[in-house]
Design a binder for this molecule. Structure first.
Ligand SMILES: [Ca+2]
Length: 485
C-alpha cells in the first residue's frame, strides 16, 4: 500500500470523483486511482454481416459503430467454439474447450465437474474487491454452467435470469415447428417475424438499468446479456421498416459449394438441416421462405444493436462511463443459407467471426481498429490486466493490452476455433485452415475468397501454407495438452 500523500490534486480528484459518482474504491490515503468498472455486453448469434464490419453490409448496426468509435474494434475476432455453451464457457472460464472438455451445447455441467477449480471471470473480479451483477444471457441456459446453481452462486452477487423467449401474441408463427424433420420442438424455438409484445431483452435492460441506478459500494463487474438475434428471429414491427423485402439481399449460395469439403464438414453444416432444407423450398416472399427468414435475422440483429445503444445511453447518464471498461462480444457467428446451413456449428468464417469491441479509458484510442486475428478466450486475461488484477496464469488466452495500445503490435498467438473433439480451425491474417479429427482438411484464402467457396487444401501450390498452419495447430498449447492426456 502506498504511503498516504496529500497534494492539491488529492482534494480535486476526490471532489471530481464524488461529483461524477464514480464507484471505484480508493486505497487508504486516496492516492490510488479508482478501480474501473466493467460493462460486459454479450450478444447471441450475431455474425459479421453488419455495417460495423463493412458499410456495404445489409445489417445496420449504428450503435456497435458508436461503441467502436470510443475504443477498439477487432475486425478479425473469433469465438473459441461456434455454439452458445462452449463459446460462453470458454469466455467465462478463460479455458479453451480442450481444457474444460466442454465442446457443445449439451453436457455443459461437465465443465464444473471436470474442472472443480474453475473460477469464473465475474467471480475472479469478486475475489478481488469487485461486485458482480448481471441479467439476461451470459452463460448458456439449459444444461449448462449457467443453470447449474454453481454457475450462479460462484459468479454473481445478484443475477436476473430470464426466459429466452416470450412468444408474440395472439399467434406466434412457428414456421419451422411443423416442418418435416423438425421433431418435437418447443413452440417458439424456430420462428421469425414481427413481435408485438414486450421482448425479453427489454426486461434485461430494465434490470441492468436498475443495477446502474444503485449506489455502488465497490467497483462493479456488470453483465448485460442480449438474447437477440438468436432464434426465434423476432423484432418489433418498426425495425422491419428498415428491411423492406424489395431491397433484401441474400448471401450468395453457389451450387455445389460443399462438393470440395470433407464429410465431417458436411455433417457440421447439415446439423439442424431441416431449417435450410425447408426454407429453400420457398424462393418467393412467403413467410416460410429463406428470404423472409434472412430478413427477420437482419431485423433481429438490428434490434440487438438498438439494445446496445440503450445500454450505452444508460451508462452515459449514470456518470460512470469515464471510469468503465466496456467489452462487447457475440458468442459466435451465423450462416444464413450460405454453405447449406441456417445455423452455426461449423468451422467456417461465417459461424466463427464475431463483433468484438473494447473501450478502455486511458488505454484505447477512440475509433481504433485492429486486424490481428484474436480469440474471445483473450477476454479473461485482458480484463484482468485492464483492471489491474493479478494475472491468472492458467488462462488459455492472452491479454490483448499490447494490441489495445498499438493495433500493429506483434501478435504471435493464433486464433483457434474448435467444434467437437479433434476438429479445429486456425485463422491467420490471410488464411483459414481447418483440420478435422480424421485428418481431412480445408484451406481458404481470404484475400480472394471471403465466403470460402474454394477449398485449396488439395492444391500442391499451397503445401507450405498448409504445413505452416498445421504446425500452428499442433503447437497450440491447449491442443498439445489435450493430446498429452
Ligand atoms: Ca449463441
Amino acid at each position: 500500500m502506498k504511503t498516504p500523500t496529500t497534494t492539491p490534486w488529492t482534494g480535486l480528484v476526490l471532489s471530481v470523483i464524488a461529483a461524477l459518482g464514480w464507484a471505484g474504491t480508493l486505497a487508504a490515503g486516496g492516492s490510488e486511482p479508482p478501480k474501473p468498472n466493467v460493462l460486459f455486453i454479450a450478444i447471441d448469434d450475431m455474425n459479421d454481416w453488419t455495417t460495423l464490419f463493412d458499410k456495404g453490409n445489409p445489417i445496420k448496426t449504428p450503435n456497435l459503430e458508436r461503441l467502436a468509435a470510443r475504443g477498439m474494434f477487432f475486425s478479425r475476432a473469433y469465438c473459441a467454439a461456434p455454439a452458445c455453451n462452449p463459446s460462453r464457457v470458454a469466455i467465462l472460464t478463460g479455458y479453451s474447450p480442450m481444457t474444460t472438455a466442454c465442446y457443445d451445447n449439451g453436457g455443459g455441467d461437465n465443465a464444473w465437474q471436470s474442472n472443480p477449480a474453475v473460477i469464473t471471470l465475474p467471480d475472479y473480479f469478486r475475489r478481488h474487491g469487485y461486485g458482480a451483477k448481471g441479467a439476461g444471457k451470459i452463460f448458456h441456459h439449459g444444461g449448462s454452467m449457467g443453470t447449474d446453481p454453481r454457475g450462479t452462486e460462484r459468479s454473481w452477487d445478484e443475477f436476473q435470469r430470464l426466459v429466452p423467449t416470450r412468444a408474440p401474441k395472439p399467434n406466434y408463427n412457428g414456421y419451422t415447428r411443423d416442418m418435416p424433420g423438425a421433431g418435437p420442438l418447443p413452440s417458439t424455438a424456430f420462428d421469425w417475424g414481427e413481435h408485438n409484445q414486450k421482448m425479453v431483452d427489454e426486461d434485461m435492460l430494465e434490470k441492468v438499468s436498475a443495477f446502474m441506478d444503485e449506489k455502488w459500494e465497490k467497483p462493479m463487474f456488470l453483465a448485460a446479456g442480449i438474447f437477440k438475434p438468436h432464434l426465434p428471429f423476432y423484432a418489433p414491427p418498426d425495425v422491419f421498416k428498415r428491411y423492406p423485402m424489395k431491397d433484401l439481399v441474400l448471401p450468395q449460395m453457389p451450387e455445389h459449394d460443399l462438393d470440395d469439403v470433407p464429410p465431417i464438414a458436411i455433417r457440421m453444416a447439415h446439423r439442424e438441416h431441416f431449417i435450410y432444407s425447408n426454407v429453400t423450398k420457398y424462393r418467393g416472399d412467403e413467410p416460410q421462405s429463406i428470404r423472409r427468414m434472412v430478413q427477420c435475422y437482419q431485423a433481429s440483429a438490428d434490434y440487438a444493436d438498438s439494445v446496445v445503444g440503450r445500454l450505452l445511453d444508460k451508462l452515459d447518464a449514470s456518470g460512470r462511463a469515464a471510469n468503465t471498461i466496456i467489452v462487447l462480444w457475440a458468442d459466435h457467428g451465423y450462416h444464413l443459407g450460405d454453405k447449406e446451413s441456417c445455423v452455426k456449428f461449423t468451422l467456417w468464417e461465417k459461424a466463427n467471426r464475431v463483433p468484438f469491441i473494447i473501450v478502455a479509458p486511458g488505454v484505447t484510442q477512440p475509433g481504433s481498429r485492429c486486424a490481428a486475428p484474436v480469440s474471445l478466450l483473450d477476454i479473461y486475461p485482458t480484463l484482468l490486466e485492464l483492471a489491474g488484477l493479478p494475472k491468472k496464469p492458467d488462462n488459455d488466452g492472452h491479454s490483448l493490452v499490447p494490441l489495445l495500445k498499438n493495433p500493429q503490435a506483434a501478435w504471435p498467438h493464433p486464433a483457434v476455433m474448435t467444434m467437437g473433439l479433434g476438429n479445429h480451425a486456425v485463422r491467420t491474417p490471410r488464411w483459414r485452415y481447418i483440420r478435422y479429427s480424421d485428418a481431412s482438411d480445408e484451406l481458404y484464402d481470404h484475400e480472394n475468397d471471403p465466403w470460402e467457396w474454394k477449398n485449396l487444401a488439395g492444391d500442391p501450390q499451397y503445401r507450405n501454407v498448409i504445413q505452416e498452419h498445421r504446425a500452428l495447430l499442433e503447437s497450440y498449447e491447449p491442443c498439445r495438452r489435450r493430446l498429452a492426456k
